[in-house]
Design a protein around this ligand. Structure first.
Ligand SMILES: [Zn+2]
Length: 305
């Protein structure tokens, strides 16, 4: 295993290159070391290799002038490199696993598990705070939102500083931020854009959020204040069958408990099942793909806290 370069040399610098956690795993990294001592903020993207808006945002962080920051920004812009190259949805192609479900991983496991274990053992301990950039995958659309782990006050403060309009108070294990939290590193997931789309405006929502969190951590000067955020919980009905997905709502639509929010039909149009909302709330994200497989997340219903 090759290690990342040391984070503090005492000289402001931008260092870019590839790190090789295992012989068959190689991923790009960037280190921006500021002129003054300070915290280390870790930014990752490309856990899901086709969430291109998040990857482009992470790559643009390489252009931050070191003279303008305190501490160190450590960027791993494409964790799932094969997923990026193959434009895969959800999974790491080498083992067909969702990297964001396998943490803390296993050093002797499949590629996803080894990558997760390397992050937990060799990368997360370097960080004082952690931002994991995501978006809707190729088959999903969403309203911009961030996720923190319920009860983690430092992570909630980061989500508020990041400034996306919706903040999801979430639970869940096996994720990047839950593994980092186990090590005492507060982290959030930020989700912007979907269907693989990106442009300067959506990328800037993510880079502006990174800048605001850096300001909160004392790593750089003030960034423009974000608009107020709404705190929600999210419920995600998944598909009970394989078939064709016909959503009945648009992003932001209000829904009531028990209301039909979509149908799954077979290829001849026969109704296989009706999906109803499990809560009162609004549609935060949804699958846009006509094809759906059993167990896949169909729609995220957000409910105000
Ligand atoms: Zn993702």
């Amino acid at each position: 295993m090759t290690a990342l370069s040391i984070l503090r040399t005492g000289e402001p610098r931008i260092e870019q290159g590839f790190v090789r956690p295992h012989p068959d795993l190689e991923l790009p990294f960037g280190i921006i070391e500021g002129a003054q001592d300070g915290p280390c903020l870790l930014v990752t993207a490309g856990v899901h290799g086709s969430e291109f808006c998040s990857i482009e945002a992470a790559l643009r962080l390489f252009k931050l002038p070191p003279e303008e920051i305190r501490g160190t920004l450590l960027v791993l812009p494409i964790l799932n490199v094969q997923g990026f190259r193959k434009r895969s949805i959800y999974v790491v192609p080498e083992d067909n696993k969702n990297l964001n479900r396998v943490f803390p991983g296993h050093a002797a496991g499949t590629v996803s598990k080894r990558l997760a274990a390397w992050l937990v053992e060799s990368v997360f301990p370097l960080a004082d705070a952690y931002l994991d950039l995501h978006g809707g995958d190729l088959n999903e659309e969403l309203m911009p939102f961030s996720i923190f782990t319920r009860g983690d006050e430092r992570a909630e403060a980061m989500a508020r500083a990041f400034g996306l309009p919706i903040i999801v108070s979430g639970r869940g294990t096996g994720r990047t931020i839950s593994a980092a939290a186990e090590l005492g590193v507060p982290g959030i997931i930020a989700e912007v854009s979907g269907n693989g789309l990106w442009n300067d405006e959506s990328v800037a929502m993510l880079t502006a959020g990174v800048h605001r969190v850096m300001h909160m951590l004392g790593m750089r000067g003030p960034a423009p204040e974000p608009a107020a955020s709404s705190l929600v919980t999210m419920t995600v009905p998944s598909s009970p069958v394989q078939g064709l997905w016909y959503p009945r709502c648009r992003l932001g639509d209000k829904v009531a408990t028990g209301q039909s929010i979509g149908e799954i039909r077979d290829v001849f149009g026969n109704l296989l099942c009706t999906i109803t909302s499990p809560e009162d709330g609004f549609v935060l994200y949804q699958m846009t793909s006509l094809s759906v497989n059993e167990g896949e997340a169909l729609i995220g219903i957000a409910t105000a806290l």
